[in-house]
Design a protein around this ligand. Sequence first.
Ligand code: ZN
Length: 115
Amino acid sequence: MEFVDPVEFSVWGRVTPGKVGDFRKWISNKLNISLLAAHQLFGDVVKDGNLVEIHSECSWSKIPAMLSCIPEFIEPGSVVVATTGIYPSKKEKYCEIHNVYFRLGACTVCTDPPA
Ligand SMILES: [Zn+2]
């Protein structure tokens, strides 16, 4: 049977100030929404320096590939990984081995390493 990884991960990062226009174009393409809608939905997130979700619902094995395709408008060093569905913040648990934010129990990568 094929290995099934039930937990999915998202990659987050902060938009570099000054590259907000590039982000807006990218997110409007990704979500198939207008630039105006992108501004309305994400304007405050970006302005406040909060993280935006760059890739979502990736299995752990895909994370290295995802981390190597980070859009240019993302601030270097701001990229973090979290289980999909949670916002990576100090309120969540963090595994220093895998550099991943998670909420329940222990780090799923530690407890159930993909084959
Ligand atoms: Zn871990």
